[in-house]
Ligand binder design. Sequence first.
Ligand code: DAK
Length: 258
Amino acid sequence: MDFVKYNVEGHIGIITIDRPKALNALNTQVLNELDETINRIDINQIRCVIVTGGGEKAFVAGADIAAMSKMTKDEGQRFGKFGNDVMRKLEMLPIPTIAAVNGYALGGGSELAMSCDIRYCSDNAVFGMPEVSLGITPGFGGTQRLVRIVGTGMAKEMVFSAKNIKADKALEIGLVNGVTTQEELMPTVMKLAQKIASNAPIAVRNAKRAITDGFLADMDHAIMIEERCFGDCFETEDQKEAMTAFVEKRKGVEFKNR
Ligand code: DAK
């Protein structure tokens, strides 16, 4: 792979969009490689995935404008559909995902970060939805995910004005969960990923499913989704062992993902 790196550290998978000369902009090749990388993630081993950008300036500075500038309508539609499919595949990964936003996250870059469950950023990060300034609408789910994360008023202001926001504002509006220095970003996110990975993997996956699926459902249906996810955990060895350990006052349960 030329532009997407995948490293595994224990139970953590780290995806790096690594095209720093173009500020990690997403062209068809990058999206293809990201798609293949997501397909390769072994969810029996990996319990949390981190997505970040190569270099020190950008997470992802958007879809590749040079490539898009020459696209026909059909090519634009295919590009948009494929990008959307990849973002959706990332969003629907059964295990938690964290975006470590280490610089510019514009357009498709913001949309990639928003396809992750959790976002942290460095203090040099810049978020924005500049699409309308380029004559297009957000096309990788930005109009839909931003509104669900920050609410309609703020999402509409960002999308209609194409104004960028800095890390402190992103924190204030809930677009990110935390801001660190650049040096501290990966250690902070790794620590969170390890904490997630130390919990019962099937329970974490079921909790992700309950939150994601339930969020889009009406409350009666959402509660049923939660009940199913909760009930399923009682078929697992990890639940039996964790609760038995508690009753027997044993510490340090090693979860088996079974
Ligand atoms: N695409 C292509 N190349 C890019 C790029 C991008 N988005 N962003 C940066 N680069 C390249 C620059 O062209 C430059 O290349 P060279 O000239 O060195 O060859 C290199 O990266 C370094 O960039 P700069 O020299 O511009 O660096 P600066 O520090 O001066 O400025 C910047 C950084 C991030 C403010 C600036 O690069 C910038 O404004 N970049 C563009 C940001 C942007 O507007 N991004 C959003 C793109 S719109 C669709 C679905 C989705 C989308 C579209 C369609 N369908 C449904 C069809 C998504 C759209 C978007 O993401």
